[in-house]
Design a protein around this ligand. Structure first.
Ligand code: APR
Ligand code: PHB
Length: 396
């Protein structure tokens, strides 16, 4: 077929998606002297407006700093050396410092994205927003291509590799042949109502609450803006959650150990809860990273952290390919990522199942959850196991 008036571009790595995965990958490749072009189908304002999680594991905070994009995080991020488990109103602190000597940092995903876009501009690398009709071609050859339209013009990028960083609804994963791709998934029979409020959090550290009325989480974006979550029904509608009902449930599930100050609700929505893994994460020269390959329920706060570990492994594999002509890491990319992904999946599922009410639970299940929470808060071995996973397991 003849393709007329097609603008051609050439790069080493074509990156689809300007979320945390695509943007961090571009930065790591730039530092390694590898060229890339990022294309994103949404607008720049849209990606800054998406409210997502905001908790960075210890090593991920260091990655941002080492990659030269940690300056604003160091100023505005909130560093935590512990958090709380609330069990029917009674708070138990998990001391990260004492147990594993590591910290977590609260810094909103959209702030990370803004910092990475600013860095991309400073690096002078191409970043195209509002592209349409994206497709990938010849991914099992040495010269895969990305086709798309931009400003009404047909464009093609000749690449050595394509990075599918296009999130759960992206176009890359569905191009894997059906007999190659295996999907593993679990849906949870509940969701979370999430609100962003103009009020201080009840504590400067996070509080995860197990209660007879369901799970609640008290987190924050800063010491004056809270991010608060309540377990809700599976197909619940946000219209069922008036501001009054939200505050009433937030007070009740927190109990009296802390005081919750009310403030203006800036945004509210319902987050579905799902575990999902696609295997393998590489087909030929198309490599998936982040949400395009896996989704975790938000309970363990692993989403953005896993996107970063994937692209760190990918950048190391590409660097070995270009600098040492070594393809071993590229061949092992999927297996290396999946080892970490599955441990984070297991942790997120486990946190979810010990803290929530389930529609089909029995009295036995409730007693078992309470026994597990009692064990976690009374045994140093058990709390160390939770905390070492929470702050992030060591990288390969
Ligand atoms: N072409 C170009 N861009 C696309 C396409 C497409 N066909 N489809 C999707 N995208 C873009 C999305 O608009 C989005 O900006 O890809 C980007 C993917 O970014 P994220 O969804 O943020 O995924 P990722 O970078 O893997 O980051 C994972 O995001 O959902 C959270 O909790 C998750 O924190 C985790 C993080
Ligand atoms: C958040 O701050 O949005 C957040 C923190 C911890 C979680 C989930 C979400 O486990």
């Amino acid at each position: 077929m003849e393709r007329k008036a097609e603008a051609k571009m050439r790069t080493q790595v074509g990156i689809i998606g300007a979320g945390p995965a695509g943007l961090m990958l571009a930065r790591l490749l730039h530092l390694a002297g590898i060229s890339s072009i990022i294309i994103e189908n949404r607008s720049e304002d849209y990606i800054y407006g998406r409210i997502r999680a905001g908790l960075l594991e210890h090593w991920a905070t260091d990655l941002l700093t080492d990659a030269g994009v940690g300056a604003r995080m160091a100023q505005e991020g909130v560093v935590h050396w512990g958090n709380y488990l609330g069990i029917n109103g009674e708070l138990h602190r998990l001391d990260f410092k004492k147990l594993v000597d590591k910290r977590m940092t609260i810094y909103g995903q959209q702030e990370v994205v803004k910092d990475l876009v600013a860095q991309r501009r400073a690096d002078g690398g191409p970043l195209l927003f509002e592209v349409d009709n994206v497709s990938v071609h010849e991914v099992t050859s040495e010269r895969p291509q990305i086709r798309f339209t931009h400003d009404g013009k047909q464009q093609v990028i000749d690449c050595d590799f394509i990075a599918g960083c296009d999130g759960f609804h992206g176009i890359c994963r569905p191009t894997f042949p059906a007999d190659v791709l295996k999907v593993f998934e679990r849906e949870y029979p509940f969701g979370w109502v999430g609100v962003l409020t103009e009020s201080p959090p009840p504590d400067h550290e996070l509080i995860y609450c197990y209660t007879d009325s369901g799970f609640a989480l008290y987190t924050m974006r800063s010491l004056t803006v809270s991010r608060l979550y309540l377990q809700c029904d599976h197909d619940d509608d946000i219209a069922n959650w008036s501001d009054d009902r939200i505050w009433q449930e937030l007070h009740a599930r927190l109990g009296s150990a802390r005081k919750l100050q009310e403030g203006k609700i800036l945004q509210k929505s319902i987050t579905p809860m799902r575990s999902f893994v696609a295997e393998p994460m590489r087909y030929g020269r198309l490599l998936l990273a982040g949400d395009s390959a896996h989704i975790v329920p938000p309970t363990g706060a692993k989403g953005m952290n896993l996107a970063f570990s994937d692209v760190l492994y990918m950048s190391r594999a590409l660097e070995a390919f270009y600098k040492q002509k070594n393809t071993e890491r590229l061949e092992g990319y999927s297996a290396t990522c999946l080892k970490r992904v599955w441990k984070a999946q297991r942790f997120s599922w486990w946190m979810t199942q010990i803290l929530h009410r389930f529609p089909d639970e029995t009295a036995f299940d409730r007693r078992r959850q309470l026994a597990e929470l009692d064990y976690l808060t009374s045994s140093e071995a058990a709390s160390t196991s939770l905390v070492e996973q929470y702050v992030g397991l060591p990288l390969e």
